[in-house]
Design a protein around this ligand. Sequence first.
Ligand SMILES: [Fe+2]
Length: 185
Amino acid sequence: MNNKQSLLATLQQSRERVLELLNSLSAQQTKVPYLPGINPPIWEVGHAAFFFERFILQNLDKAPSYNPALDDIWDSFELAHEDRWQEGLFPDKPDTLRYFDDTFNKVKQRIETKALTDSDLYLYKYAIFHLNMHIESMVWARQSLGYAPPPFSLKDTGAENTYPIDHSDVEVPAGRYRIGMPPES
Ligand SMILES: [Fe+2]
């Protein structure tokens, strides 16, 4: 993901996954009960879009906010986890998807038309990885709530599955593990 072509392809794939994740939920399913490990899915989509807006459009281009009144609502540093369940706090699904689309179209156009500097590349990847982390979070939320798996997980990839699928939890033996990058890297 170090050139425009691969950045745009990854951005598009992640965008499609978000839309599939949200659009495959019924209106009732988007009103999720409070659980510490999940987010309301509409808020999560707006939050992921805001990350692109804040770190790319606002930060690099000094672009005005899409809606200044919502900046603190989409910002996870400003809005405590439990507060994300307040009724009427953030826009409904159509308005949130308009914000998501508007932001993604601007980011896509920016990648296509501006020179790809190292610092810009860093921020594009930062926002895409953050989005992908929330895609994973939206998938485990479905599992936590007993919803159907997302449509893209059921698609035939064409690859032959040579391993039996185990739906149980993975056991990790107790012990000390090194995580993250070694300091010299
Ligand atoms: Fe986040």
